[in-house]
Design a protein around this ligand. Structure first.
Ligand code: KG4
Ligand code: ZN
Length: 325
């Protein structure tokens, strides 16, 4: 069964064709990073205009690469939230138009759920029950997953999401945008020698990164940071220590079979290394290109929803604040 996925929730215009929810036939991404870099962050109006320009060529490339025509496709999955309203609208409007004209099943997907499904696209398949850490630009969610579509939210961020914290720290250190990859890169030459606080929030699986960000800002403002690479490495270590410790603790408490990593921050090399090293429970991590926003994960998620008999009507709307549970 082949599903076309469409993703336009933020600043990547993406389309992909995935077979049986597990094998990627094509995965096209048109990134807007350079367009937004000059503003130091995503400008929603600019993002939606760019999606409009890119969406059709990106879908055409994904279908050509996969060697499929509309009649070879069994469904059309599209991100309906969470995300930027104007950006989501572009993908959803195109998907609805195609679904209507081609009379294809339309499947609205949750962007966070799609991030989890990036883990179904690798060689090793996930086994339930599992714990998934979704660490992205807008979310840091620790989710107990007992089966397809069966989620229990164990913890979430109380302030900044992990990716947001990386982006703000990079801005404070003058490392540019996007911040996560910049901190990851700068940390290569830096040493995590600067003491920074970790918010453990004992007794809870919630996260909090704003105190850490403020501590970094105070150090920089006080002229106490000599090398930005040392500061980047120290900041990265503080975030990763908390993410890894809480994820492993949850996996042990709920006696799960596996831990899955997902979301843009899962591309972070220290996070991947440290979780693999410290977890006594098997860990699955998608390749970096499937951690950051892409449409293959949307198509995979759409396939499993379709299998469960879930379809949406042409009255489906975008939901910018859509929750996982
Ligand atoms: O999942 P994603 O592509 O988009 C959202 O759904 O938000 O995540 C983007 C976030 C950004 O905050 C970016 O800085 C962060 O993921 N990120 C990273 C790395 N690559 C991307 N954070 C840390 N290390 C990385 N290598
Ligand atoms: Zn995302």
């Amino acid at each position: 069964m082949k599903v076309l996925g469409i993703e336009t929730s933020c600043d990547e215009t993406a389309a992909a064709v995935v077979e049986d929810g597990t094998s990627i036939l094509s995965n096209e991404i048109a990134s807007q990073v350079e367009l937004h870099a000059r503003y130091g962050g995503i400008v929603p109006e600019v993002a939606s205009r760019q999606h409009l320009l890119a969406i059709i060529p990106v879908i055409e490339r994904a279908m050509a690469e996969a060697g499929v025509d509309w009649h070879n496709l069994d469904g059309l999955a599209v991100t309906r939230g969470p995300g930027l309203a104007g950006s989501l609208l572009v993908g959803v409007s195109v998907a609805k138009a195609v679904a209507a004209v081609q009379e294809m099943p339309l499947i609205g997907t949750n962007h966070l759920e799609a991030h989890i499904y990036a883990n179904w696209l690798g060689e090793q398949k996930p086994r339930f029950p599992l714990i998934c850490l979704i660490a992205s630009g807008g979310h840091s969610d620790l989710v107990l997953t007992r089966g397809h579509g069966d989620y229990v939210m164990l913890g979430r961020t109380r302030d900044d999401a992990a990716g947001e914290a990386f982006d703000k720290a990079a801005r404070i250190l003058g490392l540019g945008y996007p911040g996560g990859p910049a901190i990851d890169k700068a940390s290569e030459t830096g040493a995590a020698t600067i003491e920074l606080p970790r918010a453990w929030l004992k007794g809870s699986y919630d996260f909090s990164f704003s105190g850490l960000k403020t501590a970094l800002l105070r150090l920089v403002e006080g002229g106490r940071v000599c090398r930005s690479d040392d500061a980047a490495a120290s900041f990265q270590k503080a975030v990763v220590d908390v993410l890894v410790t809480k994820t492993v603790a949850a996996a042990k408490e709920y006696r799960v079979k596996q831990i899955l990593l997902s979301g843009g921050v899962a591309a972070n090399r220290l996070l991947r290394r440290q979780l693999l090293a410290e977890s006594p429970i098997p860990v699955l991590v998608p390749p970096p290109i499937l951690c950051t926003d892409n449409a293959a994960m949307v198509a995979a998620c759409g396939y499993f929803r379709l299998q469960a008999g879930k379809r949406d009507g042409l009255n489906m709307d975008v939901v910018p604040g859509l929750k996982l549970v």
